[in-house]
Design a protein around this ligand. Structure first.
Ligand code: UT7
Length: 336
């Protein structure tokens, strides 16, 4: 007879730290760079401004700043970490992994780690990966960081993409929860690889290594069929959210907070409407940060904390859709 195997303990998020570079790129700045306007950007995306790095600042730099804040919040040392996972689509370089660079810069001597590539869904994927190490009892403290320097792969002459993205990072620490009143409850992850051609960066990998030609053809920049991604995102985000709530015996009205990936305000609003959520239960900070890819969800968690909207035991739903296509939803009870 089969028996349900219970994890030793639920994993919980015990601390959060975020970082965005100080430099602002406003809609007014973009009006001077491409044929666009503040009204179009705000109406179609919800974005007012985004933060971007100065030259020479890389993903590992943002990740380290976020990590330091999370460690300080939890009051532990970098050497207390067992593993570091970096969710990113803009690693400092193809190898070594950004996780290795962050481990060294942080001085997290006892930690191993790796990068996880799933574009906008990478943070929720990494969060679950880290959760497994805690729930099997293999590790005591795992750091999961979502960090991207999207400005390093954006063509600032392409109005269809350059208005959307920003740079930023967020780090969480995962540990075992004391009991089932807080921590991770469930997750659903999906990939639909047929959507690969809708959002991608063709150059720089083994298929199209860097040459003068790949540079001339702008192959080292993000290419996006915005409409196709938009339609998939609206449908899939709502579908996964409804599914995860339903299979855990919850309704939208049971949620204390919905913390979605910030790709477009209209995608978030459509999902919230499907779930029957009032505005005060949805975190939207895309107006200030744009789409920071793997950084959006931890940055949105931070906004929720800042606004005093999260307390211990709250039922929280995270959701993301991104390049791949990748999609994920995570249900948890906030732990601090
Ligand atoms: O996180 C990763 C996943 N990514 C996403 O989830 C992104 C999903 N897609 C979107 O958010 C939206 O599709 C965009 C914001 C990218 C575009 O919005 P849209 O409402 O789908 O616009 P569109 O691409 O259909 O373009 C509408 C019009 C076009 O002009 P015409 O052909 O109607 O004359 C575009 O050329 O808007 C024009 N346009 C712009 N106008 C001013 C496109 N970009 C701009 C711009 N400023 N920046």
């Amino acid at each position: 007879m089969s028996q349900t195997v219970r994890p030793r303990a639920r994993a919980k998020i015990s601390a959060l730290g975020t970082y965005v570079p100080p430099r602002l790129l406003t809609n007014a700045d973009l009006e001077k760079m491409v044929e666009t306007n503040d009204q179009w950007i705000q109406e179609r995306t919800g974005i007012r401004e985004r933060h971007i790095v100065e030259k020479g600042v890389a993903t590992s730099d943002l990740a380290v700043e976020a990590a330091k804040k999370a460690l300080a919040k939890r009051g532990i040392a970098p050497t207390d970490l067992d593993a570091i996972m970096i969710a990113t689509v803009t690693p400092d370089m193809l190898f070594p992994s950004t996780a290795c660079l962050v481990q060294h810069k942080l001085g997290a001597k006892g930690a191993w780690g790796f990068d996880l590539s799933a574009a906008c869904s990478a943070f929720v994927y990494a969060l679950q990966t880290g959760t497994q190490f805690i729930e099997t009892g293999a590790h005591k403290k795992v750091m999961v960081i979502g960090a991207d320097v999207m400005s390093s792969i954006i063509d600032y002459t392409d109005r269809a993409t350059c208005v959307i993205f920003g740079d930023g990072a967020g780090a969480v620490i995962l540990e075992a929860a004391e009991d089932d009143s807080t921590g991770m409850i469930d997750f659903i992850h999906e990939v639909d690889g047929s959507g690969g051609c809708s959002l991608y960066m063709p150059g720089g990998g083994s298929l199209n290594p860097a040459t003068h030609e790949t540079v001339d053809k702008k192959m080292h920049f993000v290419h996006q069929d915005g409409g196709a991604v938009f339609k998939y995102a609206v449908r899939k985000m709502a579908e996964l959210c409804e599914k995860i709530l339903q299979r855990n015996g919850f309704k939208g009205s049971d949620l204390n907070m919905f913390i979605p990936h910030q790709a477009n305000r209209r995608i978030i609003s459509a999902t919230a409407e499907r779930l029957g959520l009032s505005e005060d239960k949805v975190i939207i900070n895309i107006d200030r940060y744009g789409n920071t890819t793997a950084g959006t969800i931890p940055l949105a968690m931070h906004t929720a904390m800042e606004e005093g909207k999260l307390k211990k035991g709250d039922l929280v739903l995270l959701a993301s859709v991104g390049a791949g296509f990748t999609a994920g939803a995570t249900l948890l009870r906030w732990a601090y």
